[in-house]
Design a protein around this ligand. Sequence first.
Ligand SMILES: Cc1cc2nc3c(=O)[nH]c(=O)nc-3n(C[C@H](O)[C@H](O)[C@H](O)COP(=O)(O)O)c2cc1C
Length: 181
Amino acid sequence: MKVVAFMGSPKKEGNTATLLNQFLNGVKESGENVDVKNIYLKENKISPCMACNYCKREGKCIQNDDMQNLYEVFKEADILVFATPIYWWSMSAQLKTFIDRTYALSEEDRKGKKAYLIMTYGGEAPNLGPELTKKTFEEIFDYVGIEYLGSYGVCTDDYMPVKENTKALEEIYTIGKNIIK
Ligand SMILES: Cc1cc2nc3c(=O)[nH]c(=O)nc-3n(C[C@H](O)[C@H](O)[C@H](O)COP(=O)(O)O)c2cc1C
């Protein structure tokens, strides 16, 4: 069982990274035979999709950047985890650029995959940002035939960064621990 996380925050030790790492700790300690990869998208060179449709004609993306490797990482995964801070009611630019480039993948490449979404955001409820982002991912997963396993989001306003949010850290750990059962 392979679990691959795509970490969409530019901050390697920020809220989103902390929440995702705790989720992955749970996955690793699930007692299952699991291989976990965590891809920090910012460290990868991923150019925006050019909508040239070369991929639809030739079966592969024409852009020779780090996505060529990430396509293979994506294909090998059984469970995909997408982690993002909410930026302007949506996902981060790093994650959106990555998602756009998965346009080059085929139905076969995504077959049998499951996905989980992790979000952090500054605004307390009611906050449409995480709701819209969750809906966006639900629509994408439904459209491309990936099974949606659920999502977890946490508010990180100034007085409660994730690393101090014991409740969130416990909850996300438990979710990670049970995700492949
Ligand atoms: C450019 C930018 C836009 C943001 N937009 C929103 C937003 O629309 N809604 C919200 O609740 N928080 C917003 N935030 C707050 C972040 O989502 C929040 O601080 C998040 O936990 C940051 O995660 P990180 O520590 O991984 O960077 C924004 C932050 C930045 C830098």
